[in-house]
Design a binder for this molecule. Structure first.
Ligand code: UDX
Length: 433
């Protein structure tokens, strides 16, 4: 099939590359000239394991190309994916201006029956708006499909190539057939394509992310209670996860959830509900807990240092919102670092891949260390904010010899509290004894 993907952000780039890799002829479109030039030169603007190689392979084999020419790409395509950004609007809802502008341009450019797919995360009712926007500018037949993405950054290729399920909202037999064929290479009986109406598909995406965020906030609440009553959240987590109805994933307490999806989607779902006259109290609580959680490490440190952090120097390990990505969007490290420097402390931070994105956030207000140990020299304490694998088994003796004081605030529970205290560290985890 010939496919056009509008928007070469995270979702568009991964989807386009994976569709090309299954034999389709894919053109990725973006208005950002710099990005398109980079991609044409074989450079990938984001860090995602395996993506660069897969892009290069499909470009070489001439199934994948990049352009700024939307009309050309759309006029040749059987299926057009809208994968442009949906930033947070003024009242917490998703801003649809880019999606609807893309829809109008697609409508003007298409020359034959086209399946137009909403791939961006969009609020309930967007497929109808996209349909109206296209209908206004063309008399050619088309279908609008809602096909939300469930990609986790850092594991996006696997999630796309071996999905738990593919959700497709579609209200025509013709559209359904095209989408079924497109996804056939990626699904099996136990990982099916779930066909439904467009509104249910749109809602599924938000509900999935809100439920995952709810699990995290719930565990963060439980971890706070663990600290109060003298329980250990690691035991509680395993005790909960072993119940098949609950399961193990997404039960890790920490410094709060971040990233481009959870914070935005929890807000947007609440905004959708309010638009329809419904207040979803649970979601407000999920957000409140997350805000509290992002401040937790700084509060613990302030208490440890007797109420003031003025003049202290701190090391931070981990800047990205989670491991295996260079994404800093809504990263809890921002709250931690802003909290520390806001209280008069200085920060030297290390992240295996996010220094360049962190520089856009903090500029020269903090120092950047190129290796983990460099972020420990003369510091009053270390903050672990992202659980990169390389932080899990450091040379503790070397750490101790570099630090001014052996104090660790472990926001991801990466270290074993018993062992680390035996080694002479003062250790603060999340919800642990
Ligand atoms: C998420 C969804 O998982 C994905 O399906 C959706 O399409 C996009 O949003 P992503 O934002 O890449 O993906 O990250 P994810 O791995 O889900 O983690 C989100 C945040 O939750 C991170 O900040 C992470 O550190 C945090 N988290 C995750 C926890 O604090 N505890 C956990 O147990 C799991």
């Amino acid at each position: 099939m010939r496919i056009a993907i509008i928007g070469t952000g995270y979702v568009g780039l991964v989807a386009g590359t994976c569709f090309a890799d299954s034999g389709n002829d894919v053109t990725c479109v973006d208005i950002d000239e710099r990005k398109i030039r980079m991609l044409q030169a074989g450079e990938v603007p984001i860090y995602e394991p395996g993506l660069e190689e897969l892009i290069k392979k499909n470009v070489r084999e001439k199934r994948l190309s990049f352009t700024r020419d939307l009309p050309e790409a759309v006029s040749n395509a059987h299926v057009v994916f809208i994968a442009v950004g949906t930033p947070e609007g003024e009242s917490g809802d998703a801003d649809l201006q880019y999606v609807l502008a893309a829809a109008e341009q697609i409508g003007k450019a298409m020359k034959q029956y086209t399946v137009v797919v909403d791939k961006s995360t969009v609020p309930v009712g967007t497929a109808d708006k996209v349909r109206d926007a296209i209908r206004k500018v063309t008399s050619i037949e088309f279908d609008v499909v809602s096909n939300p993405e469930f990609l986790k950054e850092g594991a996006a290729l696997d999630d796309f190539l071996k999905p738990d399920r593919v959700v497709i909202g579609v209200d025509s037999e013709r559209g359904r057939k095209v989408m079924g064929e497109l996804y056939a290479p990626f699904v099996r009986t136990e990982n099916p394509v779930l066909f439904m109406d467009t509104r249910s598909a749109e809602l599924t995406k938000y509900a999935a992310n809100a439920m995952l965020a709810t699990r995290i906030s719930f565990m963060n609440d439980i971890s706070a209670l663990c600290e109060k009553v003298g329980a250990d959240v690691d035991f509680v987590r395993k005790g909960l996860g072993s119940d098949k109805r609950i399961g193990y994933p997404f039960l890790f307490p920490g410094v709060g959830y971040g990233g481009s999806c959870f914070p935005k989607d929890v807000k947007a779902l609440g905004a959708t509900a309010r638009e329809f006259g419904l207040e979803l109290d649970l979601l407000r609580a999920v957000e409140r807990t997350n805000e509290r959680q992002k401040k937790l490490l700084v509060n613990k440190a302030t208490k440890h240092f007797g109420g003031s952090l003025e003049g202290k120097k701190f090391g931070v390990w981990g800047l990205a919102f989670k491991p295996k990505t260079d994404d800093m969007r809504e990263a809890p490290s921002i709250d931690v670092i802003e909290g520390l420097i806001g209280k008069g402390a200085s920060v030297v931070a290390h992240d295996p891949v996010s220094t360049h994105t962190a520089k856009r956030v903090f500029g020269d207000r903090i120092r950047y260390a190129s290796v983990p140990y460099e972020a420990l020299e003369g510091v009053d304490a270390l903050f672990v904010v992202t659980e990169w694998n390389e932080f899990r088994h450091p040379d503790f003796e070397r750490m101790k010899s570099l630090m001014k004081a052996p104090v660790i605030f472990d926001g991801r529970n990466v270290f074993d509290p018993v062992r680390i205290r035996e080694l002479g560290f003062t250790y603060y985890g999340i919800g642990r004894r």
